[in-house]
Design a protein around this ligand. Sequence first.
Ligand code: ZN
Length: 366
Amino acid sequence: MKYILFYIFTSLLLSSCSHSTHRWIKNGIVPNQNQVCRTLGNGAHSAKIMYTGCGGLVIAHNSEEVFMTDPFYTSHKFGKDLLKTQIAPTPGNTAKVMDRVQAVGIDTNKINTVLVSHSHYDHLEDLPILLARHKLAEKVKIFGSTSASCTVANFLSGHEFINLDPLQFFQGPEDAAPESWQRISKNIRVLPIQSNHAPHFYGVHQMAGPTDCSTFKDYKDYTTKTKMDDWREGSTFSFLVDLISPDDTLRLYIQTSSSAPPFGFPPPAELKRKSVDLAILCVASHAYVKDYPDALLSKIKPKQCMLIHWEDFIFKDMYVADPKNVALTAIGPYMRKIKKHYKVPLNNLGDSAFMPRPLTLVEIKY
Ligand SMILES: [Zn+2]
């Protein structure tokens, strides 16, 4: 009985905090179309970024080099035992996302790299199905923590897992060791950076710590249900990503969970060499981290910000036409911090920061 009451109370609390994004569409911050173009340089080169929901991105450089982050395409309602809820991905959603990526001219069979920022289910759950159904390149390199490796270990046949735990740039030194940089294709390199993860609400940090590998020992079929709570966080990384052209480089910074400063900060020497063009930043749970994202913004000074992991994925499917904000995360205070950083009125903020709906294609000219 007490679980049912707790469940009802929590559901009411969480659902009461979701609001329509109409206001942000009106202000030009949520693009009201499924394809947008942003310019971050002289425009001679281009890249495509498909936002697939939560921390998920598919990024293509010159059509040939493609990688993805944090594959998760299925919303799950909490069951009455909350984190003991049994989950499995919905193949229909995985297909919908891959079809959309193909439809905008990104060849999903060229996705040769998956970056996993941390191992919660909402950043990793669809990777087993993508591998089992051969939706990506024939040989894929997966970069993630020891915890992520436990979860997907039984789906790796022919693919390679690279453990970032020892390779990441740890906070402190002025510069990263050259071996921390990962060359994921001819013209793309990635620096994994030690980051951390916000509490989910009011100081409560769910699914923390490393994954118990034994819980995924028999997870060999993506239709097998697993417990939400077993998808532990493990290490959390942010990423500095360079898309390199002969005469220019587009520098992306990707952070898919709100992180307490200085966690997630790139090495200072690297920022002196080249500043960040586009920061792709998490919105969810921002209010539970002091000085996020302001401290990060003043450190990396991105030309523009793309805001992700903002939509409701608990009470609604992520791919509805009018997504609401994720529960217990108000968008207004986040925008006020971004506005303060760029020193522009709200009506002009859309030139510096934008918050695409899932399945929006962002074309970057640089
Ligand atoms: Zn998480």
